[in-house]
Design a binder for this molecule. Sequence first.
Ligand SMILES: Cc1ncc(COP(=O)(O)O)c(C=O)c1O
Length: 423
Amino acid sequence: MSESKTKDTGTASRQQAFDVMRVRQDFPQLDATVNEQPLVYLDNAATTQKPRQVIDAVSHFYESTCSNIHRGVHQLSVVATDLYEQARETVRAFINADSEREVIFLRGTTEAINLVARSWGAPNLDSDSEILITHMEHHSNIVPWQLIAEETGATLRVVPINDRGEVDMVAFREMLSEKTRMVSVVHVSNALGTINPVREMTQAAHEVGALVLLDGAQAVAHMHVDVQELDCDFYCFSGHKLYGPTGVGILWGRQELLKSMPPYQGGGDMITRVTFEKTTFNRLPYRFEAGTPNIAGGIGLAAAIDYIEAVGIEAAAAWEDKLLKEATERLERMDGVKIIGTAAQKTSVLSFVLKDIHPHDIGTVLDKSGVAIRAGHHCAQPVMDRYGVPATARASFSVYNTTAEIDALVESILNVQEMFGHV
Ligand SMILES: Cc1ncc(COP(=O)(O)O)c(C=O)c1O
C-alpha cells in the first residue's frame, strides 16, 4: 500500500487490501533481534506489541500535556482532562455502549472482575445463590468469584467443556436455575482459543434472571464487540492485549446496575462531599475511579483503538484466522504434536504439546531461534487439569504476524524434536 493511500494515522485504511508488511512498519519492537535472530513474536495473547501511534500518544502526554485531571483549572489540566474524557468516548463508541457513564477506566480485566465480584456480589449473593463459570476460565474469572462465594455463602458452579474445548451447552442450560445470580464467562479462551457462544449463553442466563459478565480480554483485538448486541450486563477487557499500554483496562456495565452498586474503593475523585461524619459519592463513572488514574494509559488505549479501527478490525480478524488455520494445518501434519483446543469456533490461539517434551523446554529452545511463544498453564490451571497436562506451549497470532513466521515456528518445533531425539 502506498503512503498516499493511508489515513492520517499512518495506518492501512480499511478500504485497502490487507497489507501485513505495511502494518508491521508501525510496530518498532518487531524490528528487534533475539539471540541474534529476527524476533518472531507469537506471544500476543499475553500482550500485544504497541504501534508507533500508541507510543507517540503516551509520549506526547508526558512531553506536552502532563498534568493531573478533573481537579485543575489551569490550562494543562484542562487539556489532559479533555484528552482523557475523549479517550473514554473512544472506548464507548468502540464497544457501542449507550453512555460514557457506563465506561469505567481500571487497571485491566482482573481489576474489573474483582470490582464486579465485590461491589455487585457482596450485596446480592447469599447462601441460596449460585454463580456459574466455565471450565475454561482464566484465574482472574475464577478466584474473585471464589473469594466472594466464600464470604457470602454462595455456590460457585463450573460448566464442563468437551474434548474440543467447547462449553457443554446442554449442561449449561441444565445448570441454570432461579438460583443462578451471575454467569461469568470468557468470550475467547486464552488457553484454547475457543470463541464461546456468548449471545446464546446470555439469552439463556437472562431467561432465569441471572446477570452476565463477559471477560473480553482475548476478544476485543480479534472481533467487533457490541455490548448492546451481546446484551450482556458487564463486559471487561485490558488495553495491553489490544495494542494499548499496560495498566489500563475497561469495565463496561449497564448504567442501572452500576448505579445500584456501592463504591469499590474510596479516595479522591469518587466523592462529591467528604466530612468526618459522612461522605457522598460522585456520579458514574467516577464513583468507581478512586485516585489518580492511568491518564497516559487511557489516552494510549484510545490511540490503540483508533489504530486498529483504521487497520480495520474485520480485516485484521480475517488475516489472523488465515494464520491460525495455516499454522493449525501444519502442526496437525507433524508427528508427535498434539493440539489442545480444537473448537469449531476459534481465534488466534494455538496451544499444543509435544510427545515427551515439556512445554518449558519447547519455549526455551524456540527462544534460541528468536521465536517467542508462551509455555505454562496460561493462568488456566483447571484447563490443564482437564486435558491432563501440566502446561502447554502456546503460539498466539496478531495482526502483524506473517506466514513466514509460521515457517519459523514449524522449523523451530522440528529443531526441538530433533534435539530431544524425537524425529
Ligand atoms: C481470558 C483472560 N481473562 C483475563 C485476563 C487477565 O487480564 P489482565 O492480566 O490484563 O488483567 C487474561 C490475561 O491473560 C485473559 O487472557
